[in-house]
Design a protein around this ligand. Sequence first.
Ligand SMILES: *Cc1c(COP(=O)(O)O)cnc(C)c1O
Length: 380
Amino acid sequence: MVDLKGQMQEIKPQIKQSFDEILDSCGFIGGPHITRFQDNLASYLGVKHVIGCANGTDALQISLMSLGLQPGDEVITADFTFAATVEAIALLRLTPVLVDVSSEDFNISIAAIEKSITPKTKAIIPVHLFGKSADMEPILAVAKKHNLYVIEDNAQAIGASYKFSDGSLKKTGTMGDIATTSFFPSKNLGAYGDGGAIFTNDDKLAYKIKGIVNHGMYKRYYHSEVGVNSRLDALQAAVLNAKLPHLDSYNAKRRNAAKKYQALLTGVAGIELPMTLNSCSEFSCDNCQCHVFHQFTLRIKNNKRDALATYLSSKNIPFGIYYPIPLHKQEAYASESYSDTDFPVTNALSNEVISLPMHTELKEDQIHYICNAIKDFLKS
Ligand SMILES: *Cc1c(COP(=O)(O)O)cnc(C)c1O
C-alpha cells in the first residue's frame, strides 16, 4: 500500500546529520529543530501558529479542549472517517453528532450538517478525507450563521488547497478556527514515528493550546487548567524538516499516480472513480485546487467489492478498505439518536470502497498490473 523507502533514501544524509546534532546535544525534547519545523510549516501553509504535539488524535483532543466547551455540548462530524475524530469528541464527554457524507467526494454533507444543528451544537469538524478538501465555503457559512467553531481534521490532506467562489485559494488547515494534522509515517507528510500538529490564526487560541499541550502550564509550575502532555520530539521534527521542502513534489507524484489509475480505469463497467478536481500534476500548483490523494479510492458496484479484494490478495496486490464500518454502527459510538436511514451514503460506501496502493514510489508498470487485475476480475 505504501512504500516509504525511496523518500527515505533521498533525504537520509540530511536526516543523519540532524540526528547527529540532536544526539550530540542530547536535546531530545524541544529545541531548534522543533521551532524551525513549526515556523517552516506555518509559512508553507500561510497560517500564523503551528503547535507540534504527539499525534493527530491528541491534536483533535487538544483543539477541542482549547474551546472551553461543556460536557453535553454537541460537535458535528462525518460518519465516514477514521475513528480518531469522533474519539476525541467522546473522550471529552462532548456529544458527537455523526452525519452522512456526500457521494461526490465522501466528505461531510452540508445538508446533513444543517439538519443536525441544535441549540447545543458548538462546533463542526470537517475531515478532508483521502486528500480532498471538504467543501469549506458553505461549511464556514453555516458555522458563521449558527456561531459554531470549525476544526478542520487535516490528517489526510496536508498540502491540498480549496478554491472559494471569489477565486481565492487557501490551503486545507487554514480556513477554520483551528486545524489538526497527523505525521503518522504513512500520511502525506509522515515522520518516522508518531507526531501531530495544531494550526490556528487566532492568537488567543494559540496561547491556550500552547498551555494545554504542556500540562495547562502558562507559567512554570503554575497550572491554570487541566492540560495534557503532548509533544512532537526533536528527532521527528528533524525528519519533518527534511521532508517538508519536498511535500509539493510528493503530492504531485501522488496526483500523477492517480491520473494514471484514472486513465486506465475510466469506462470500466462496475467501477466508480474518485473525484479528481482540475488535477494539477505540476510541481508548482499555485493556481489550482489541489487534491493530494492520500488514498485512491474506488467504488465497486454490484456487491463485488469483497470478491475483488479476495482476488487482489491472490495476485499479491495490496489494498485497503477505508472504512468498512460506519462510525454510527460502531459499538463505542452507536446512539439511539441515530436512524440508520440517515446515513445512505456512508452505508453504501462502507460496502463499496476499496483503496489501491498510493504513494510516491509507484511505478507505471505496477499501476498497469493493478488495473489489469481489476479489469480481468470485473470482466469475469
Ligand atoms: C490518521 C488520522 C488521525 C489520527 O492521527 P494519529 O497521528 O494516528 O493519531 C485523525 N484523523 C484522521 C482523518 C486520520 O486519518
